[in-house]
Design a protein around this ligand. Sequence first.
Ligand code: PLP
Length: 217
Amino acid sequence: MDIKNNLINIEKSIPKDVKLVAVSKYKPIEMLQEAYEAGIRDFGENKVQELQDKYDKFHKDVKWHFIGHLQTNKVKYIVGKVNLIHSLDSVKLLNELEKNYKNKDIIADVLIQINIGREENKYGILEEELISLIEEVEKCSFVKVKGLMAILPKGDEVSNREYFKRMYKIWSDMKAKNFKNITMEILSMGMSNDYKIAIEEGANMVRVGQGIFGKRD
Ligand SMILES: *Cc1c(COP(=O)(O)O)cnc(C)c1O
């Protein structure tokens, strides 16, 4: 697996204003190091324990993205270690973030995860729940919402494009409004198989794992 070549090819197909997050979950530090040497500084992890281990072992100038479901009892382990949490999905988690980040007097930058396919076994809020979550965010002092994130249901190019369009619409509607603590700068969507379509439909952050590091077992 040639990580460097994969990255060169992917970066060629991504406009300059789109941020590539290299999803390094389950992959060993040596592979992250190859990506680091190719210039990558944004890495995505979805398990708190694994993120902590890699945080301790790896370069300090890395920006870690937490992209998995975050359990409230694990928030304390990532405070100050992650650049962006992609997966705010409940008021309970919001309040836990507010409390823990207040304790350390630092700001949590987060994305709200939307369950755009309305799948029962998926995390994220439903689109009609967005406003009420935003109202809770407005009451916070230590949590700032930077945008939205989505993981699509399995599907083909046609259905993916529809979901991406839907996400873009929600995102731009929210962006046009003025909420306290909310700046809709980031739209995080698209993975190895569909990041090009996601970008065509307005994503400005894509999360690519297997396309860089090879298949996961
Ligand atoms: C694993 C994962 C990715 C990357 O998926 P690939 O198919 O490996 O590109 C992106 N986003 C989230 C939330 C993930 O858990």
